[in-house]
Design a protein around this ligand. Structure first.
Ligand code: NCD
Ligand code: ZN
Length: 354
Protein backbone atom coordinates (compact mmCIF):
# COMPACT_ATOMS: atom_id res chain seq x y z
CA UNK A 1 0.00 0.00 0.00
CA UNK A 2 1.13 3.56 -0.66
CA UNK A 3 -0.21 6.86 0.63
CA UNK A 4 -2.27 9.19 -1.48
CA UNK A 5 -0.81 12.71 -1.49
CA UNK A 6 -4.21 14.42 -1.39
CA UNK A 7 -5.87 12.51 1.42
CA UNK A 8 -3.11 10.52 3.15
CA UNK A 9 -5.51 7.57 2.99
CA UNK A 10 -3.82 4.31 2.05
CA UNK A 11 -4.34 3.47 -1.62
CA UNK A 12 -4.07 0.04 -3.19
CA UNK A 13 -1.16 -1.23 -5.26
CA UNK A 14 -3.51 -2.86 -7.72
CA UNK A 15 -6.92 -1.84 -9.03
CA UNK A 16 -9.32 -3.90 -11.09
CA UNK A 17 -12.07 -2.16 -13.01
CA UNK A 18 -14.82 -3.03 -15.42
CA UNK A 19 -13.15 -2.77 -18.84
CA UNK A 20 -13.32 0.91 -19.88
CA UNK A 21 -14.33 2.50 -23.20
CA UNK A 22 -12.81 5.51 -24.96
CA UNK A 23 -15.59 7.91 -25.93
CA UNK A 24 -13.42 10.10 -28.23
CA UNK A 25 -10.66 8.63 -30.36
CA UNK A 26 -8.85 9.29 -33.65
CA UNK A 27 -7.71 6.05 -35.29
CA UNK A 28 -6.72 7.40 -38.75
CA UNK A 29 -6.51 4.88 -41.58
CA UNK A 30 -4.26 2.40 -43.44
CA UNK A 31 -0.80 1.83 -41.95
CA UNK A 32 -1.40 4.53 -39.34
CA UNK A 33 -4.56 2.78 -38.14
CA UNK A 34 -2.67 -0.51 -37.92
CA UNK A 35 0.07 1.19 -35.87
CA UNK A 36 -2.14 2.79 -33.21
CA UNK A 37 -5.11 0.44 -32.86
CA UNK A 38 -3.37 -2.24 -30.70
CA UNK A 39 -2.70 0.12 -27.75
CA UNK A 40 -6.34 1.22 -27.66
CA UNK A 41 -7.63 -2.33 -28.12
CA UNK A 42 -5.48 -3.53 -25.18
CA UNK A 43 -7.16 -1.14 -22.80
CA UNK A 44 -10.61 -0.35 -24.11
CA UNK A 45 -13.50 -2.60 -25.14
CA UNK A 46 -15.07 0.04 -27.40
CA UNK A 47 -14.30 3.49 -28.72
CA UNK A 48 -16.21 6.29 -30.40
CA UNK A 49 -14.15 6.73 -33.56
CA UNK A 50 -13.84 10.25 -34.96
CA UNK A 51 -14.74 10.75 -38.64
CA UNK A 52 -12.16 13.42 -39.61
CA UNK A 53 -10.41 11.38 -42.28
CA UNK A 54 -9.56 12.77 -45.72
CA UNK A 55 -12.15 12.70 -47.20
CA UNK A 56 -14.32 12.88 -44.05
CA UNK A 57 -16.75 10.10 -43.13
CA UNK A 58 -19.99 11.87 -44.04
CA UNK A 59 -22.31 8.95 -44.86
CA UNK A 60 -23.44 5.72 -43.25
CA UNK A 61 -21.94 3.80 -46.18
CA UNK A 62 -18.55 5.42 -45.62
CA UNK A 63 -18.82 4.68 -41.89
CA UNK A 64 -19.58 1.05 -42.69
CA UNK A 65 -16.47 0.77 -44.90
CA UNK A 66 -14.28 2.48 -42.30
CA UNK A 67 -15.66 0.18 -39.61
CA UNK A 68 -14.70 -2.86 -41.71
CA UNK A 69 -11.15 -1.51 -42.11
CA UNK A 70 -10.86 -1.04 -38.34
CA UNK A 71 -12.19 -4.53 -37.62
CA UNK A 72 -9.67 -5.96 -40.12
CA UNK A 73 -6.82 -4.06 -38.44
CA UNK A 74 -7.50 -5.49 -34.97
CA UNK A 75 -4.74 -7.61 -33.45
CA UNK A 76 -5.45 -11.36 -33.59
CA UNK A 77 -8.01 -12.36 -30.98
CA UNK A 78 -9.09 -8.78 -30.19
CA UNK A 79 -12.80 -8.17 -29.71
CA UNK A 80 -12.44 -4.38 -29.74
CA UNK A 81 -15.62 -2.76 -31.05
CA UNK A 82 -15.46 0.50 -33.01
CA UNK A 83 -18.50 2.75 -32.51
CA UNK A 84 -18.81 4.89 -35.61
CA UNK A 85 -19.64 8.57 -36.11
CA UNK A 86 -20.64 10.72 -39.07
CA UNK A 87 -19.05 14.04 -39.89
CA UNK A 88 -21.69 16.77 -39.96
CA UNK A 89 -21.55 19.20 -42.90
CA UNK A 90 -23.75 22.02 -44.17
CA UNK A 91 -25.26 19.47 -46.55
CA UNK A 92 -26.00 16.52 -44.23
CA UNK A 93 -29.61 15.52 -44.92
CA UNK A 94 -32.27 14.32 -42.47
CA UNK A 95 -32.43 11.13 -44.59
CA UNK A 96 -28.74 10.46 -43.92
CA UNK A 97 -29.36 10.88 -40.18
CA UNK A 98 -32.25 8.42 -40.38
CA UNK A 99 -30.00 5.93 -42.20
CA UNK A 100 -27.32 6.38 -39.54
CA UNK A 101 -29.81 5.90 -36.70
CA UNK A 102 -31.16 2.73 -38.32
CA UNK A 103 -27.68 1.28 -39.00
CA UNK A 104 -27.01 0.16 -35.44
CA UNK A 105 -23.27 0.89 -35.79
CA UNK A 106 -23.33 4.69 -36.15
CA UNK A 107 -23.65 5.98 -32.60
CA UNK A 108 -23.26 9.75 -33.01
CA UNK A 109 -22.61 12.68 -35.34
CA UNK A 110 -19.62 14.99 -34.95
CA UNK A 111 -19.84 18.74 -35.34
CA UNK A 112 -16.58 20.44 -36.34
CA UNK A 113 -16.90 24.18 -36.93
CA UNK A 114 -15.28 24.60 -40.38
CA UNK A 115 -11.57 25.32 -39.90
CA UNK A 116 -11.50 24.67 -36.13
CA UNK A 117 -9.05 21.76 -36.14
CA UNK A 118 -7.34 18.94 -38.09
CA UNK A 119 -9.29 18.01 -41.27
CA UNK A 120 -12.23 20.25 -40.44
CA UNK A 121 -12.46 22.23 -43.69
CA UNK A 122 -15.66 20.37 -44.67
CA UNK A 123 -17.21 21.18 -41.29
CA UNK A 124 -20.24 23.30 -40.50
CA UNK A 125 -19.88 26.94 -41.65
CA UNK A 126 -22.96 28.18 -39.74
CA UNK A 127 -25.10 26.14 -37.35
CA UNK A 128 -28.23 27.36 -39.15
CA UNK A 129 -27.19 25.39 -42.26
CA UNK A 130 -27.04 22.13 -40.30
CA UNK A 131 -30.43 22.67 -38.65
CA UNK A 132 -32.39 20.09 -40.72
CA UNK A 133 -29.86 17.41 -39.76
CA UNK A 134 -29.77 18.54 -36.11
CA UNK A 135 -33.56 18.41 -35.90
CA UNK A 136 -33.46 14.87 -37.32
CA UNK A 137 -30.88 13.91 -34.70
CA UNK A 138 -33.11 15.21 -31.92
CA UNK A 139 -36.01 13.23 -33.40
CA UNK A 140 -34.00 10.00 -33.87
CA UNK A 141 -32.11 10.22 -30.55
CA UNK A 142 -28.66 10.48 -32.21
CA UNK A 143 -26.19 12.33 -29.95
CA UNK A 144 -24.30 15.35 -31.27
CA UNK A 145 -20.58 15.41 -30.42
CA UNK A 146 -19.26 18.95 -30.42
CA UNK A 147 -15.82 20.39 -31.02
CA UNK A 148 -16.65 23.56 -29.12
CA UNK A 149 -14.47 26.35 -30.46
CA UNK A 150 -15.36 29.37 -32.58
CA UNK A 151 -13.13 29.96 -35.60
CA UNK A 152 -13.55 33.76 -35.63
CA UNK A 153 -9.98 35.04 -36.12
CA UNK A 154 -10.81 38.05 -33.95
CA UNK A 155 -11.31 35.80 -30.90
CA UNK A 156 -8.19 34.97 -28.88
CA UNK A 157 -7.28 31.30 -29.26
CA UNK A 158 -7.52 30.76 -25.48
CA UNK A 159 -11.08 32.17 -25.46
CA UNK A 160 -12.49 30.18 -28.36
CA UNK A 161 -14.20 27.56 -26.23
CA UNK A 162 -15.83 30.06 -23.86
CA UNK A 163 -17.10 32.14 -26.79
CA UNK A 164 -18.43 29.00 -28.53
CA UNK A 165 -20.43 28.11 -25.44
CA UNK A 166 -21.96 31.60 -25.37
CA UNK A 167 -22.54 32.16 -29.08
CA UNK A 168 -23.31 28.70 -30.43
CA UNK A 169 -23.83 25.98 -27.84
CA UNK A 170 -26.18 27.66 -25.36
CA UNK A 171 -28.53 28.92 -28.13
CA UNK A 172 -28.45 25.50 -29.85
CA UNK A 173 -29.33 23.61 -26.68
CA UNK A 174 -32.13 26.10 -25.95
CA UNK A 175 -33.50 25.65 -29.48
CA UNK A 176 -33.30 21.83 -29.51
CA UNK A 177 -33.87 20.87 -25.86
CA UNK A 178 -34.26 17.18 -26.71
CA UNK A 179 -30.92 16.94 -28.54
CA UNK A 180 -28.34 14.90 -26.63
CA UNK A 181 -24.96 16.61 -26.70
CA UNK A 182 -21.45 15.58 -25.69
CA UNK A 183 -19.11 18.54 -25.35
CA UNK A 184 -15.90 16.85 -26.43
CA UNK A 185 -12.53 17.40 -24.78
CA UNK A 186 -13.61 20.36 -22.65
CA UNK A 187 -10.79 22.59 -21.46
CA UNK A 188 -12.33 25.48 -19.52
CA UNK A 189 -14.32 26.11 -16.37
CA UNK A 190 -16.80 27.92 -18.68
CA UNK A 191 -17.60 24.72 -20.60
CA UNK A 192 -17.59 22.69 -17.37
CA UNK A 193 -20.13 25.02 -15.77
CA UNK A 194 -22.29 24.97 -18.87
CA UNK A 195 -22.43 21.16 -18.65
CA UNK A 196 -23.02 21.17 -14.89
CA UNK A 197 -25.89 23.63 -15.22
CA UNK A 198 -27.56 21.91 -18.21
CA UNK A 199 -29.99 19.00 -18.11
CA UNK A 200 -29.02 15.30 -18.08
CA UNK A 201 -28.86 15.17 -21.91
CA UNK A 202 -25.70 17.34 -21.92
CA UNK A 203 -22.42 15.62 -21.03
CA UNK A 204 -18.67 16.06 -21.61
CA UNK A 205 -15.53 14.07 -22.24
CA UNK A 206 -12.19 14.87 -20.61
CA UNK A 207 -8.73 14.04 -22.00
CA UNK A 208 -5.61 13.00 -20.06
CA UNK A 209 -3.62 16.02 -21.29
CA UNK A 210 -6.21 18.57 -20.17
CA UNK A 211 -6.43 16.89 -16.74
CA UNK A 212 -2.65 16.58 -16.30
CA UNK A 213 -1.18 19.73 -17.84
CA UNK A 214 -1.79 23.43 -18.12
CA UNK A 215 -0.58 25.69 -20.94
CA UNK A 216 2.88 26.06 -19.41
CA UNK A 217 3.57 22.55 -20.73
CA UNK A 218 3.61 23.92 -24.29
CA UNK A 219 6.39 26.36 -23.39
CA UNK A 220 8.45 24.47 -20.80
CA UNK A 221 12.05 25.52 -21.56
CA UNK A 222 11.20 25.95 -25.26
CA UNK A 223 8.41 25.18 -27.68
CA UNK A 224 6.95 21.69 -27.09
CA UNK A 225 4.91 20.71 -30.14
CA UNK A 226 3.87 17.36 -28.68
CA UNK A 227 1.83 19.20 -26.04
CA UNK A 228 -0.04 21.18 -28.69
CA UNK A 229 -3.58 19.98 -29.28
CA UNK A 230 -6.94 21.62 -29.88
CA UNK A 231 -8.57 22.99 -27.90
CA UNK A 232 -5.19 24.21 -26.67
CA UNK A 233 -4.18 23.57 -23.02
CA UNK A 234 -5.46 26.30 -20.72
CA UNK A 235 -4.51 27.98 -17.40
CA UNK A 236 -4.09 26.02 -14.16
CA UNK A 237 -7.37 27.40 -12.75
CA UNK A 238 -9.24 25.69 -15.61
CA UNK A 239 -7.35 22.42 -15.20
CA UNK A 240 -8.33 22.30 -11.54
CA UNK A 241 -12.03 22.60 -12.41
CA UNK A 242 -11.71 19.82 -15.01
CA UNK A 243 -10.08 17.53 -12.44
CA UNK A 244 -12.89 18.29 -9.99
CA UNK A 245 -15.48 17.36 -12.63
CA UNK A 246 -13.72 14.13 -13.62
CA UNK A 247 -13.25 12.93 -10.07
CA UNK A 248 -16.59 14.14 -8.68
CA UNK A 249 -18.58 11.02 -9.58
CA UNK A 250 -20.99 13.14 -11.66
CA UNK A 251 -22.26 10.92 -14.52
CA UNK A 252 -22.13 13.85 -16.98
CA UNK A 253 -18.33 13.47 -17.22
CA UNK A 254 -16.59 10.54 -18.82
CA UNK A 255 -13.38 9.32 -20.40
CA UNK A 256 -12.52 10.42 -23.95
CA UNK A 257 -8.81 10.46 -24.71
CA UNK A 258 -8.88 12.46 -27.96
CA UNK A 259 -5.76 10.44 -28.79
CA UNK A 260 -4.82 12.14 -32.08
CA UNK A 261 -1.68 10.71 -33.68
CA UNK A 262 0.35 12.78 -36.14
CA UNK A 263 3.67 11.76 -37.70
CA UNK A 264 6.58 13.33 -35.84
CA UNK A 265 7.69 15.48 -38.79
CA UNK A 266 4.21 16.99 -39.17
CA UNK A 267 4.23 18.21 -35.56
CA UNK A 268 7.86 19.35 -35.53
CA UNK A 269 7.33 21.75 -38.43
CA UNK A 270 6.88 25.43 -39.36
CA UNK A 271 3.15 24.93 -38.99
CA UNK A 272 2.76 21.90 -36.74
CA UNK A 273 -0.37 19.77 -36.51
CA UNK A 274 -2.60 19.79 -33.43
CA UNK A 275 -3.07 16.57 -31.50
CA UNK A 276 -1.53 14.49 -28.69
CA UNK A 277 -1.03 10.75 -29.08
CA UNK A 278 -1.98 9.39 -25.65
CA UNK A 279 -3.36 5.91 -26.42
CA UNK A 280 -0.13 4.46 -25.04
CA UNK A 281 -0.71 4.78 -21.30
CA UNK A 282 -4.19 6.25 -21.65
CA UNK A 283 -5.85 4.53 -18.69
CA UNK A 284 -2.67 4.84 -16.63
CA UNK A 285 -2.63 8.64 -17.14
CA UNK A 286 -6.18 8.87 -15.82
CA UNK A 287 -5.25 6.69 -12.83
CA UNK A 288 -2.50 9.20 -12.02
CA UNK A 289 -5.04 12.05 -12.06
CA UNK A 290 -7.50 10.21 -9.82
CA UNK A 291 -4.78 9.08 -7.42
CA UNK A 292 -3.48 12.62 -6.99
CA UNK A 293 -7.02 13.61 -5.97
CA UNK A 294 -7.41 10.68 -3.57
CA UNK A 295 -10.27 9.52 -5.83
CA UNK A 296 -9.06 6.20 -7.25
CA UNK A 297 -12.33 4.66 -6.05
CA UNK A 298 -14.15 6.85 -8.61
CA UNK A 299 -11.98 5.96 -11.61
CA UNK A 300 -14.15 3.02 -12.60
CA UNK A 301 -17.35 5.06 -12.87
CA UNK A 302 -15.62 7.74 -14.97
CA UNK A 303 -13.79 5.28 -17.22
CA UNK A 304 -16.25 2.40 -17.49
CA UNK A 305 -19.80 3.36 -16.47
CA UNK A 306 -20.79 6.96 -17.25
CA UNK A 307 -20.12 6.88 -21.01
CA UNK A 308 -21.94 3.61 -21.64
CA UNK A 309 -24.88 4.84 -19.56
CA UNK A 310 -25.05 8.13 -21.51
CA UNK A 311 -25.01 6.31 -24.86
CA UNK A 312 -27.57 3.77 -23.63
CA UNK A 313 -25.17 0.87 -24.19
CA UNK A 314 -24.52 -2.03 -21.82
CA UNK A 315 -21.53 -1.68 -19.49
CA UNK A 316 -18.71 -4.06 -20.38
CA UNK A 317 -18.51 -7.41 -18.65
CA UNK A 318 -14.72 -7.92 -18.71
CA UNK A 319 -12.19 -6.30 -16.39
CA UNK A 320 -8.73 -4.73 -16.61
CA UNK A 321 -6.15 -4.47 -13.84
CA UNK A 322 -3.67 -1.69 -13.17
CA UNK A 323 -0.67 -2.30 -10.95
CA UNK A 324 1.49 0.26 -9.21
CA UNK A 325 4.75 -0.03 -11.10
CA UNK A 326 6.97 2.66 -12.64
CA UNK A 327 7.72 2.41 -16.35
CA UNK A 328 9.20 4.71 -18.93
CA UNK A 329 7.27 5.79 -21.99
CA UNK A 330 9.25 5.33 -25.21
CA UNK A 331 10.77 8.40 -26.90
CA UNK A 332 9.06 7.45 -30.15
CA UNK A 333 7.12 4.67 -31.84
CA UNK A 334 6.79 3.32 -35.37
CA UNK A 335 3.88 4.87 -37.28
CA UNK A 336 3.64 3.27 -40.71
CA UNK A 337 6.62 4.71 -42.62
CA UNK A 338 6.84 7.53 -40.07
CA UNK A 339 7.39 7.83 -36.34
CA UNK A 340 5.09 8.99 -33.59
CA UNK A 341 5.94 10.73 -30.30
CA UNK A 342 3.63 9.68 -27.44
CA UNK A 343 2.39 11.99 -24.70
CA UNK A 344 5.10 12.35 -22.02
CA UNK A 345 7.65 10.63 -24.30
CA UNK A 346 10.69 9.47 -22.34
CA UNK A 347 8.91 10.25 -19.04
CA UNK A 348 7.47 7.90 -16.43
CA UNK A 349 4.10 6.53 -15.45
CA UNK A 350 3.41 5.09 -12.00
CA UNK A 351 0.67 2.66 -13.05
CA UNK A 352 0.95 -0.16 -15.52
CA UNK A 353 -1.75 -2.15 -17.27
CA UNK A 354 -1.41 -5.82 -16.38
C1 NCD B 1 -7.53 16.19 -33.55
C2 NCD B 1 -6.91 15.47 -34.75
O1 NCD B 1 -5.70 15.55 -34.92
O2 NCD B 1 -7.65 14.80 -35.49
N1 NCD B 1 -6.58 17.12 -33.01
C3 NCD B 1 -6.55 17.64 -31.77
O3 NCD B 1 -5.71 18.51 -31.50
N2 NCD B 1 -7.38 17.24 -30.84
C4 NCD B 1 -8.80 16.85 -33.94
C5 NCD B 1 -9.61 17.35 -32.78
O4 NCD B 1 -10.18 16.56 -32.03
O5 NCD B 1 -9.68 18.57 -32.60
ZN1 ZN C 1 -10.61 14.82 -31.29
Amino acid sequence: MATSPASSRPVPDRITLTQPDDWHLHLRDGAHLAAVLPETARRFARAIVMPNLRPPVTTTDMASDYRERILAARPAGSRFEPLMTLYLTDRTTPQEIERAAASGFVKAVKYYPAGATTNSDSGVTAVERAMPALEAMQRCGVPLLVHGEVTDAAVDVFDRERVFVERVLAPLVARLPGLRVVCEHITTSDAAHFVLESGPGIAATLTPQHLLYNRNAIFAGGLRPHYYCLPVLKREEHRKVLVECATSGNPKFFLGTDSAPHARHTKEADCGCAGCYNALGALEFYAEVFEAEGALDRLEAFASHHGADFYGLPRNSGTVTLVRERWTLPAELPYGDDTLVPLRAGGELGWRLL
